[in-house]
Design a protein around this ligand. Structure first.
Ligand SMILES: [Zn+2]
Length: 80
């Protein structure tokens, strides 16, 4: 016998770019996946600043589409 319980579980239903607001998930994946908890095909920019830094305790997390991520990469790479 299977015992069951109704549970409310929070699942990822979409992931959008923090810069331009576009969805990071191809439509076909949204249709075929039950949830997007494991979806990881996008750029992530993370930083956390520690003790002694000017931004002590602050942390940042940005999910970015390929276009916005590459804009950022190009900015960093083109510095003089
Ligand atoms: Zn974007």
């Amino acid at each position: 016998m299977k015992k069951t319980a109704k549970m409310s579980v929070e699942v990822v239903t979409d992931i959008v770019c923090d810069k331009c607001g576009e969805s990071l998930v191809p439509e076909i994946q949204k249709d075929s996946q039950e949830n997007l908890n494991g979806f990881a095909d996008f750029g992530v920019l993370k930083a956390s600043f520690g003790y002694g830094s000017g931004r002590d305790g602050e942390s940042f997390h940005f999910d970015l589409c390929e276009t916005c991520f590459m804009e950022l990469v190009n900015k960093v790479m083109n510095r003089r």
